[in-house]
Design a protein around this ligand. Structure first.
Ligand code: FEO
Length: 168
């Protein structure tokens, strides 16, 4: 059985994952409209991943005797100035999720709830990976700058990162 406080925190985390899923869908759509099909595919996959993160939390909360609260949708940001802007927003979103994961891990230790603590380790590892991907991509974009040929190749090559993502 999970405590009321942990249940609230896990529900707030599943809302964050749901919002991230919608946010990445909006990013995928922006990329598609702007001719970056590789980037669009990357974000469609990211959106699906976030949905699985949300589902994992819903099932866990319910299995542990709590009640998962299915959140209402928030309208995500859908305007971006550039790929740099898009991926900076991606990194910010992931950092925000990481902070929330870390906060829950802290709460678990305080409450000596080692079951939830153990469950959350999957999210800790996942966040490390997602932040690393976002930073690697931003480094590449910094080198490319506004070079159109470079952006074209970037869009083509991000599909390789895609494969790695969908396997994880
Ligand atoms: Fe599930 Fe990328 O946060």
């Amino acid at each position: 059985m999970i405590s009321e406080n942990i249940e609230i925190s896990l529900n707030s985390q599943l809302k964050l994952e749901a919002n991230a899923s919608m946010q990445y869908l909006a990013m995928a759509s922006w990329a598609e409209i702007n001719g970056y099909n590789g980037v669009a595919s990357f974000f469609y996959n990211q959106s699906e991943e976030e949905k699985t993160h949300m589902l994992k939390l819903i099932k866990f909360v319910n299995e542990r005797g709590g009640t998962a609260v299915i959140p209402s949708l928030e309208k995500p940001e859908s305007e971006y100035e550039s790929l740099q802007d898009l991926f900076t927003a991606f990194l910010n979103s992931e950092e925000n999720v990481t902070n929330s994961v870390n906060q829950i891990v802290f709460e678990c230790l305080e409450a000596k709830d080692y079951t939830v603590h153990n469950f959350m380790q999957w999210y800790v590892a996942e966040q490390t990976e997602e932040e690393a991907i976002a930073r690697t991509i931003l480094d590449k974009l910094r080198i490319i700058g506004s070079d159109k040929g470079g952006l074209y190749l970037f869009d083509r090559d991000i599909k390789n990162l895609d494969v790695k993502n969908s396997d994880s």
